[in-house]
Design a protein around this ligand. Structure first.
Ligand SMILES: Nc1nc2c(ncn2[C@@H]2O[C@H](COP(=O)(O)OP(=O)(O)OP(=O)(O)O)[C@@H](O)[C@H]2O)c(=O)[nH]1
Ligand SMILES: [Mg+2]
Length: 252
């Protein structure tokens, strides 16, 4: 039997490369564009070869997304076999209520969803509405064939300004976005603001060189904790999407 290739499991892009489409779906001003911007900067610092195409942002003069942001990345080569590298497209939606049509368009062909929520107290209803909307768009595959990870941004805010994480988890459970036995694994938190600031402070530090290797790449063991937290939802979701496809193939 011939060896299974990644392109047997995933859709391929125009260049014939196996690709998954991940959408960061969340309410207005939750930090989706910030996340993609920081992630792209990190990839550039750690390994520019993992960036397939430059970040595209379609936004108004004030930086609000009006259609989407999009970046395409790829995993580093897999060691020890001739597997293709897996490409993953990261898309964001415009969170403002009036851009519903654009959100529907961006979600076409989605493989995996990051429910990108906001810790701010004022965002309670917006978080709830967007979870419902994501579920409506994806339909019955939501949280099963189309894996979902929830990420709550702005964990840097003081406790009294933050929503209770347990209430958010309850809401996700009620909507069937996640299942109770996996809640701890699938609801992540972090701060794009902290991640961005820590990367900037590395770049401007007098000890900058200690953080980079001989090829001028940021050493992974020097990745700040706040940066690990924003990478985790993307990593986790990519892993779930791969597992999901493998399971699908085994069941044919
Ligand atoms: N305190 C705090 N502010 C953040 C964080 N991440 C982003 N912001 C701020 O939140 C605001 C909105 O960020 P964006 O990244 O534009 O949010 P968005 O979700 O893309 O918004 P839309 O495009 O309108 O849907 C900006 O002022 C950011 O600086 C964070 O982790 N903590
Ligand atoms: Mg945006």
């Amino acid at each position: 039997m011939s060896q299974l290739e990644l392109s047997d499991l995933f859709s391929v892009d125009r260049e014939g490369k196996p690709t998954i489409k991940i959408v960061l779906f969340g309410p207005p001003m939750s930090g989706k564009t910030s996340m993609l911007t920081v992630f792209n900067a990190l990839r550039r610092m750690e390994n520019p070869k993992t960036i397939v195409s430059a970040l595209t942002k379609i936004q108004d003069d004030s930086g609000r997304t009006v259609f989407f942001d999009q970046g395409v990345f790829q995993t580093p080569p897999f060691k020890g076999n001739n597997f293709d590298r897996l490409r993953y497209q990261l898309w964001t939606v415009p969170g403002e209520e009036r851009h519903k049509v654009q959100r529907d368009i961006v979600m076409k062909g989605v493989d995996a969803v990051i429910l990108f929520l906001n810790f701010e107290k004022a965002a309670k209803e917006q978080n709830e509405a967007i979870i419902k909307e994501a579920k409506e768009i994806v339909g019955e595959k939501f949280g099963s064939e189309i894996p979902v990870v929830a990420y709550i941004n702005k964990s840097d805010l003081p406790a009294e300004e933050r929503l209770d994480k347990r209430d958010i988890i309850q809401n996700l459970l009620d909507e069937g976005a996640i299942h109770s036995d996996k809640a701890a694994n699938l609801v992540l938190t972090g701060s794009c603001l902290n991640a961005r600031n820590e990367l900037l402070s590395i770049l401007t530090s007098p000890k900058r060189d200690e953080h980079f290797d001989d090829s001028n790449r940021l050493r992974i063991d020097k990745r700040p904790d706040s940066v690990w937290l924003i990478v985790k939802p993307i990593q986790k979701l990519t892993q779930l999407a791969v597992e999901q496809r493998l399971e699908y193939v085994q069941n044919i």
